[in-house]
Design a binder for this molecule. Sequence first.
Ligand code: DGJ
Length: 732
Amino acid sequence: MNIIWHSKSKQYHLYNDKISYIMGVTPLGDLGSIYFGKRIHDKEDMSYVVNRFGLPNIVVDPDTESYSMELNRQEYPSFGITDFGTQAYEIELVNGSRVSSFICKDHKIFKGKAKLNGLPATYATEDEAMTLEVYLEDEVAKVSLTLSYTIFDKYSVITRHAVFTNNCTADIKLTRALSACIDLPDQDYEWMQFSGAWARERIPEVKKISAGSVSIESKRGVSSANQNPFVIVKRPGTDDFMGEAIGMSLVYSGNFIAQAECDTFGRTRLLMGINPDRFTWLLKKGNSFETPEVVIARTDEGLNALSQTYHELYNNHLVRGKWKNTPRPILINNWEATFMDFDEERILQIASKAKEAGVEMFVLDDGWFRERNDDYAGLGDWIENPKKLPQGMLGLARKVNALGMKFGFWIEPEMVNPDSNLFRRHPEWVLSTPGRKASLGRHQYVLDFSREEVVDCVYGMLKKVMTNAPISYIKWDMNRSLTEVFSMELSADEQGMVYHKYIMGVYSLYERLRNDFPEILFESCSSGGNRFDAGMLYYAPQAWCSDNTDAIDRIRIQYGTSYGYPVSSIGAHVSAVPNLQTGRSASITTRANVAYFGTFGYELDLNHITDEEFEQVKKQIVFMKENRELLQFGTFYRLRSPFEKDQASWIVVSKDKKKAIFGFYCMRSNVNQLPGFIRLAGLDENTEYELLGEKYYGDELMNMGITLKKLKDDGMTTGQDFVSYVEVIKEA
Ligand code: DGJ
């Protein structure tokens, strides 16, 4: 890994063993893109890529008389000076001008990576990464811009973000401040997005890009289940095992946009960052604005390799503290077993049975506080309901601990019900627009987390209940989109800041609680996977993946999630059948076979299953305890896509390739067909492995594949839906 500055040609080359990222100062003095791709030799001067010739109808720079931005590739483009593509940023000056131009002034190259200010971001030591900061200035506007680039030693990854500083004597408005732009020299790409809704999150969708643009966004105040802030741009034909692709993942949990734009001269422009819609940042003189970070990864070995890069990077350089690379406790959550209808006795019945099965932690979900017996009341009053918890959280936690289990509970700090003491005391603390009704979502309002005093108050309540009891885990939920976004505390000019300030408030609360309780495992949640993003992983290393706990639907949801996020982050539980969301009944084996490829836990009352199933649960827990390190932190490969067939398959392989765990799922049986083969991946070609009592070489399993008739049951051919197998493959 290195970052070279060629002072004569004014070019930068960031490289490691796998990638090169080259850019240079353009004839205009701003920063232009030269190359991003597979590692290439370093060269003093690559300015031959710059196009300096006229074409009909092209506008050029008056000094050079030959250079047009439109015919060249930019690093962080503006609009209004010879480039007509979508710009990365826009500044509105006091005189109303929105044209700006940043000229490179200086740079700094250093080992390691600097922290972002109050924002989540990847981190690295001096041996693990190098950073380039390019300092630019708009001399007319008197605004400076820092473009920051970090290259990691071991990963095909560049991270980027930008910082604007207002050095002029007046306040200015930033009306757009994206995190990064990548201009590519051709347009032979497909766009892959991960879309969905509640209970059907992160379903991959691929489209060809062509003249014009394709984009996804969120305007909900959360990253959203509708569009995930992670996209892939790939060559046609690139699949999980081969081909070139670039991923862009935003380390941010609020409104975002991701876009690919093809112009008429063959340029593809990729953009990602905070959604400029509803965003205007009043940048007061002397102040700075920092954008979130975008993590750009590249592969020419297919999408499994791209995903593995994100998995490892996020496990090693985003997740922090005690839970970094630590196998996750097997928990039981009472939500689907009781909803809000419980008392201490009922909870202890569930917990005791779970303990008997070997479960390690009990999680008390929604309904433990104040008047919270349904979703009409109580949010905002983070004080125990004495009818349900007669000795408070402390009493229950102690009893659960006495059973030999750890204890955690659910919170939804960003919300308030109209029927709550907090709302009655502070109706002005919710997001709402003067003179208008505030919309309700699940009978609740959104607290104005852009206000420090609101965050402070919630922090005080939560800290108290978390301090009073021995807590090992917190599930942090968030169950509605933001509407009527307006803060009573801000001026008219500042209302465009509310969405971002809101999420900064969320991050600050997370950070304070994390610092106060460094041992606690946080799990983020937002009606399931409505806020499953890299930003959240900085604070909460795992996220409840979906409220859809149906094993068959979960195969798709977890498969889609795996493109951008590690198995260790995917909250997955075994729940009761018929499934509450779909009415489907899969066996307890299949339900566990899916949940193993996640954080693993149970979300049902184990008192209500058959003795035979209970015996199986005990075995599942033994299996998970033995294998969770490999399942959650091994190298994960998608093998067969549930979006293409009625079958799905994946495998995790240990770093030394001596052990692997393979999962196969039949979602719908097809009669009168041969069983076929599944080609495994990630094994060592020359190692002999044992699988289902027989020996196979790695190359045999990866090239010929395992014949599905070897699997224990012939469910695929006899008409059983939802059959699945999880098999351990070990060096013989
Ligand atoms: C939505 C979450 O996704 C569920 O798991 C559960 O915690 C409920 N909220 C509780 O209200």
